[in-house]
Each structure stands twice: as C-alpha cells, then as structure tokens.
Design a protein around this ligand. Structure first.
Ligand code: SF4
Length: 661
C-alpha cells in the first residue's frame, strides 16, 4: 500500500493569513489547504494518506521517512517553502509531485521535482497514479480540458485537524466571466464559470457539520456570482439547511461588484447566512479601471457607482471587504488621497491595498513585456513593497504614496479604522438586528476568550482611546453587534500590525541603502592611511553592523524573511569594503618588507597572523544568519594575497588561514 504525503508549504505572513488575529482565537492558520484536500479525495482506496499543512505543523523527518511519494500544491508566494520541501524530499529520496497555480505557470523554473501535475487535475489524476505505480510516469501532466466540477468528490476534511483553523473553506464555482487585465484567474480556470450542484454543496456543508465544525466558512470562488443563475439555484437549499441547524456557519465569499445590482441574489445570500463578501474594487479612478479592462466597475452615467454598490450590499447586512490597487496605468498623484477617501466613505474596515504586480500569463504581463516595461517575475506577496515593472508614475512617488495610504488607513491608533467599522454598522439594516448566525447566545468559549484577549491587548495600547470609543458606541447603539465589533477590532489589530511591518521592511531596506552609500562616501574621504585607517574603518563597520542589527531585531520575526536578502547583501558589501582595505594595507606592507626588511619572511608571516586575527574578530560582529557569502569574499582575498605573495616570490601559503571556519 503506497504512502502519499500531501504537503502544503508555508505562507509568509500576509493580510489574508490573518496572522496576528489568529493569536486571539488560539488558531494556527486561517484556512485549510482546500486544493490538497480535494486531490486527497481523488486517491484510490489502496493509498495511505497523510496531510501536513506546514502552516499548522512542521514537516517532520518521521513523515518523510513514512512517505513513498510527496504531493505539494503551491501558489507563487509559497515558493521559498516549496524549495525547502523539495530539498528535504530529495535528501530522503522521496519522489516529489508538484501541482497548483505556481507550478502551472513556472514549472520550467522549478528544479528537483519528479513529476508536475499542472492545471486542474481531476481528469487525469488516476492515469497519472497508474503510470507512477508502473514506473512509467512522465515528467509533466497537463489537463487538456476543464474538468466538470459536478464530479469533483468531497474534500477530505477528515485528514486535518479542523480546530487548528480560523475558518473552513469550500468551493462552489471555478472561473470568472470577466477578463481584468492583471488577473490570472481566467487564464487558470477559464471564463465560463463551472459550478457544483446544490446537492454537492449541501453534502460538503454536512460533512463539515458532522466533523464538528461551527463558525466561518469561506466559499473560495474567485467570483461567486460568475454564474448568477446557478448561484441563485444553490442558495435556497443552503438557506434551508442552515436554518434547520440554527445557522452553524457564517458564510463569506468573493464576488464582482455587480452583485449590488442583483437584489434577489443578494437577499438569497443573506438568507443563506452570508455575512461578508470580498469585492475587487481596485480603484475609484474610472480611467485606470478602463485601462486595466475592469469595465464592469465603471458605469457610465452613474455617479459614484462603486460607492453606491458597496452601500447597497452593506445595507443588506453584509460586510464588504475589498481589494485595491495602486500603480495602475492612468493613476495620477490624486490616486492616494482618492483611495483613502473612498475607503473611509465606503465604510470598508478591511481594505487590502496592494501595489500592482504583473503575474506571469496575464494580459498585463504580456502588454508590459511588449512595451519593454517588465522587470522581473512577481513575488506574489501582497505584503512586500515591490514593483516588477516600470510604472507610469514615478516609482518613488508611487511607493511613498502607497505607504502613506497604508499608514493612514491603518494608523497606529486605528482611529480611521474604527470610524469605518462604525460607518458599516450604521448601514446595516435595523441597527439592533442580529446578523444571521452571530447571536450573543451562540458565543463559544474560544470567542469569549478572544473578547478577553482583545480587551486586554487593545484597550491598554496606542489603540486604547479609539478602541474604547468604538466599543462604548457599539454597546450603546448596536449591542447585538458586540461580538462582530470584537471580531472587527481583532482584524484591525492584525491589519495595523501587518501594515506597520510592511512599512518597517521597506524602511529598513531603504536605510541599508542609505547607510551603504554614506559609508562609501565616508571611506572615500577618509584621510588616514596604514593601520590607523584600518582601525578606523574596522570600528566604523562594527558600529554600522550593531546599529543595523538593532533595527533588524525590531522587525517582527515572522516578517524578517522580507529583508534577509537585502541585509545579507549589505553585510557582503560592508565586509567586502573592509577586506579591500585589508588587501591594500597588505600590499603596502609587503612592498615595504620586500624592499626594506632584512627578515622579510618572518615579518610577513607575523603580519598574516595578525591579519587573520583581525578578520576573524571582525567576522564575529556579523550576525550568524548573514555570514553566507562572506566566506566566499575571504577566499577571494586569500587568492589575491597568495597571488601577490607568489609574484613577490615570498614562500608562504595563506589558504584557509583567514576564515573563521
Ligand atoms: S472580476 Fe475578479 S476574478 Fe474576475 S477577472 Fe476580474 S479580478 Fe479576476
């Protein structure tokens, strides 16, 4: 019986991951790996399966020893973790099979994978397994058509610990009828949405219910209303199912803005227990929307179409969360204030603001490539302040404006954030009403603990005054929404923390560049020479390292990966400069010894011994994690010194003498 280990690599922290909010509810990850759980359901019975979600548990040696095959599914943002998984599987000689959106776009750049299963795998998975068992599997398997999702089996939720997650996830549809220029969804899943049957949906909900899940369930569809008719058909049975069980699940999803125009559908969603939807608003700037082919978000002849759409959805009792983009062609310097004003007026507490990124395979990617504006591949990380193309707006203006938008919407006091929450509550119908599935009486122990943690952590912090005002206002005007208010307060905490880390990462990278430039300038103007100069340079470097390491430590440990490359490069530059100084000094010394000293060899040997001690001492000031690359620099110095010694016919060997190791 083959053992298949299904591994879900780790995500870096992001807005979506709700990293800081999870602490409040004692959960380890926001969402289960739905794709892998669906693949798990495709395996025949003679396989033994184990799922390791690395966002919840670490991948142990025992798991790898157990596995005959390792299957992974990844998005671009998980690629670093995937690389680590591949290395570990190879060390253990476990065959590795990779699928998901990231390999589908980048398989030719991923090394070490035995087999790629690309696109949607339902239609060819069993054939692949057969080939695998017979030792005849090809390297790449691709779907030739889009699978019929009505035949997709129930995800194997039983293979994970549901309690580790903040929310459950299921899928109703794949694909979206729109074709926004920056979006890869239509390229991956097509423009004709495929939907599951109502029976499938009820079966999936029932399975989660039987397994004991209660609470939020995310319908991960890219556009829940991509097929309006099917969504409308599915909702009443779900509403009935929910009602019969007292609304055990709080449903939420993603939809296009035209949901606001579909009153019956909107009402059916509320009836079924949907209390939140994510909208891709992107920008209130119609010109930029048209340029990015998001025509559906503009409506000629309608004033404030987007604002009214948000209000309409909120007035039905559904929170709107939304995605916004800065850096679109057509964005002007007003874009920053316009975004802030829009988000505040719309009462969208959790607005995800990102810089535009050109994902491989999208129309945007191809356009920028043909215009010669593409610079590198996207990191897929919505928390890193990076631009992988030449922007229309001046790059620095864009980055500065972006940081200003973020730090205004999620300022450290959360004043603006709580104002948005109150605006949302004002719009809810019947202010004293109880949202479906979120009644006071249904608060579970875990939620009660979250309330206490929120009060303790937020009340006695910079957020305290705004938080207190918000809570008092809610208790006075919307008491039944108190649990919802706490949930939002916790999300605000997460967004503020994530934003401040995002900005800290960018500030730190900028500060490294400035320090580096300043150091070079200082070095050029340093008048001393000889050992005096060396001492001054050495001490300046130590000071720089201590100061930057202090700044580095201020970044939250989970976000430090965002500056590791830059900090490592900084270490190399600084240390490289120092070694150059040493080399110059060495050459001067050698010339002096060769020409002047009677016992030159002994003098040179002593000098080299002291040089080794100096370098090793200096090396100790480098943070351990950033010593990579430094050994290489020292080896280069050794080679240069050896060459110089050889040319001067000095019979000494330096190899391996200078390094710490
Ligand atoms: S509406 Fe959303 S999912 Fe559909 S193409 Fe546009 S961005 Fe992509």
């Amino acid at each position: 019986m083959p053992n298949a280990l299904l591994i879900y690599p780790e995500f870096p922290p992001s807005y979506w991951g709700a990293h800081f909010a999870l602490e409040f509810v004692g959960k380890r990850s926001s969402m289960p790996p739905l794709g892998l759980l669906t693949v798990a359901a495709l395996f025949p019975d003679h396989y033994d399966l184990r799922v390791i979600d690395m966002n919840v548990d670490s991948l142990s040696e025992i798991d790898l020893d157990w596995a005959d095959y390792a299957f992974t599914s990844t998005m671009i943002v998980q690629k670093d973790s995937l690389t680590e998984v591949i290395q570990r599987c190879r060390q253990k000689e476990v065959k590795i099979i990779a699928g998901g959106p990231h390999p589908t776009s980048f398989y030719s750049e991923i090394e070490g994978v035995d087999h790629f299963i690309l696109d949607e795998v339902e239609d060819f998975f069993l054939d692949f397994l057969l080939d695998l068992e017979n030792g005849q599997a090809q390297q790449i398997y691709r779907a030739t058509s889009k699978p019929d999702v009505t035949k997709t089996p129930l995800p194997r939720y039983d293979l994970i610990d549901l309690e580790a997650y903040g929310s459950m996830a299921l899928q109703f549809s794949r694909g979206c009828p729109f074709d926004c220029e920056f979006c890869d969804i239509t390229k991956l899943f097509g423009r004709v949405p495929r939907t599951k049957t109502s029976t499938q949906m009820i079966d999936e909900l029932s399975l989660l219910y039987r397994l004991g899940w209660r609470g939020p369930v995310f319908l991960v569809d890219d556009n829940f209303i991509g097929n309006k008719r099917d969504a409308m058909r599915m909702l009443p049975p779900v509403a009935e199912w929910q009602k019969a069980r007292g609304f055990p699940f709080r449903l939420y999803t993603e939809a296009s803005v035209n949901l606001a125009e579909l009153e019956p559908l909107l009402e059916a969603m509320v009836e079924a227990g949907f209390n939140m939807t994510f909208l891709g608003i992107e920008t209130p700037n119609p010109e930029a929307l048209l340029k990015t082919k998001k025509k559906q978000n503009t409506k000629s002849g309608t004033d404030n179409y987007l604002l009214s759409a948000v209000e309409k959805i909120q007035s039905k009792g559904m929170e709107v969360t939304a995605g916004f983009i800065l850096g679109l062609d057509g964005d002007t310097k007003d874009a920053f204030d316009n975004q802030i004003q829009f988000v505040q007026e719309a009462g969208i507490p959790t607005a995800m603001i990102g810089l535009l990124t050109a994902l491989k395979g999208t129309d945007l990617y191809h356009r920028l490539q043909s215009e010669g504006r593409l610079r590198e591949e996207s990191t897929g990380n919505n928390v890193s302040i990076t631009l992988n193309f030449e922007t229309e707006m001046d790059r620095q203006t864009l980055v500065d404006g972006y940081k200003r938008v973020l730090s205004t919407l999620y300022d450290p006091t959360l004043k603006n954030y709580f104002n948005r929450c109150l605006k949302l509550f004002e719009r809810y119908p019947d202010r004293g009403r109880t949202l479906n599935g979120y009644r006071w009486g249904k608060i579970r122990k875990v939620e009660f603990k979250a309330v206490l943690r929120s009060l303790r952590r937020q009340l006695f912090s910079k957020q305290g005054p705004a938080y207190l005002r918000f809570i008092l206002k809610v208790l006075q005007d919307y008491p039944s929404l108190f649990p919802e208010a706490i949930r939002l307060a916790i999300m605000g905490y997460h967004f503020e923390k994530t934003t401040s880390q995002q900005i800290a990462i960018d500030d730190f990278k900028n500060s490294l560049e400035t320090e580096m430039g300043g150091f070079r300038y200082w070095l050029e103007r340093l008048a001393h020479s000889g050992s005096d100069r060396l001492q001054t340079v050495g001490s300046q470097i130590r000071q720089l390292l201590t100061q930057t390491q202090r700044e580095y430590q201020q970044i939250h440990i989970d976000f430090r990966h965002g500056v590791e490359d830059a900090f490592s490069t900084f270490h190399q530059h600084i240390f490289g400069q120092y070694l150059e100084e040493e080399f110059e000094n060495f050459k001067q010394m050698l010339t002096k010894q060769v020409h002047q000293s009677s016992d030159g060899l002994a003098e040179v040997r002593t000098y080299l011994d002291r040089l080794a001690i100096r370098i090793q001492k200096q090396q100790k000031h480098l943070q351990v994690d950033f010593r990579r690359g430094i050994d290489e620099l020292i080896r280069t110095l050794e080679v240069s010194i050896q060459d110089t010694l050889n040319k001067a016919s000095v019979p000494l060997t330096v190899n391996g003498r200078l390094s710490l190791n």
